[in-house]
Write a protein that binds this ligand. Structure first.
Ligand SMILES: N[C@@H](CCC(=O)N[C@@H](CS)C(=O)NCC(=O)O)C(=O)O
Length: 219
């Protein structure tokens, strides 16, 4: 969904193709030939296949100005460090929450999750701090950026998953600025188009529901 939102914001033409996780299509040879890591998303471009969410967002932003500082913009470094933070820390931590079996033996999964839950809470707190920082215009600023949609998408995931851990494991009440940003971003026409296409419900970031159909949609 996140790459699709970026494409919609940019008004770039694209075709969505469903990778059906209910049958592990992301591990099938056809998909592995696109992304050998077997993870979604991947974007087929004239420059070849791009995968890793942060890389795709950056690639798109570099080719369509307006959603991230361009390479010679003085704000580029500020944007890059927080893009890498969201990708390497927040998103990576969420993956450990959602797929602990990929990181540790099953009998230790609960302990791993307990630790990562604390870490994710503090990563979201960092995002909250950036949004309220008047000097930081790339998160919660006047126009949407790839940092906004990446942070809001992480907020969505943390509110829905994992289904086998404590509900409300991230205390979203402690992030009023992030929640306000989520409410603002989800009103964008581009986000609404994606939520309709993928069955995400009207408030996919601030008050998310499970997608219907659950595996996603290629509409
Ligand atoms: N580091 C990857 C993580 C992507 C990721 O976790 N994708 C999930 C779906 S949202 C996935 O492919 N899960 C299936 C799996 O890991 O087997 C990225 O930034 O794109």
């Amino acid at each position: 969904m996140i790459i699709r939102i970026a494409l919609e914001i940019l008004g770039a033409p694209y075709e969505a193709v469903l990778v059906d996780r209910s049958v592990a299509a992301q591990q099938a040879p056809a998909y592995l030939s696109l992304n050998p890591l077997g993870m979604i998303p991947a974007l087929e471009t004239p420059d070849g296949v791009i995968f890793e969410t942060g890389a795709i967002l950056l690639w798109l932003a570099d080719r369509h100005a307006g959603i991230f500082p361009v390479s010679d913009d003085a704000a580029r470094g500020e944007g890059l460090k927080w893009l890498f933070f969201i990708s390497n820390s927040l998103h990576a931590g969420l993956r450990q929450m959602f797929y602990p079996e990929k990181f540790i033996a099953a009998e230790h999964a609960a302990k791993l999750r307990d630790g990562i839950a604390q870490r994710s809470q503090s990563d979201f707190a960092q995002i909250e701090y950036l949004i309220v920082d008047p000097e930081m215009t790339l998160l919660g600023g006047a126009t949407p950026t790839i940092l906004d949609i990446y942070a809001c998408t992480c907020l969505r995931w943390a509110q829905l998953y994992p289904t086998t851990y404590a509900d409300n494991w991230v205390d979203v009440e402690t992030f009023p600025a992030l929640r306000a940003l989520a409410k603002r971003i989800e009103l964008l026409q581009s986000v609404q188009a994606v939520q309709v296409a993928e069955g995400l419900g009207p408030t996919p970031f601030s008050n998310p529901i499970y997608a219907n159909p659950p595996v996603g949609s290629a509409t």
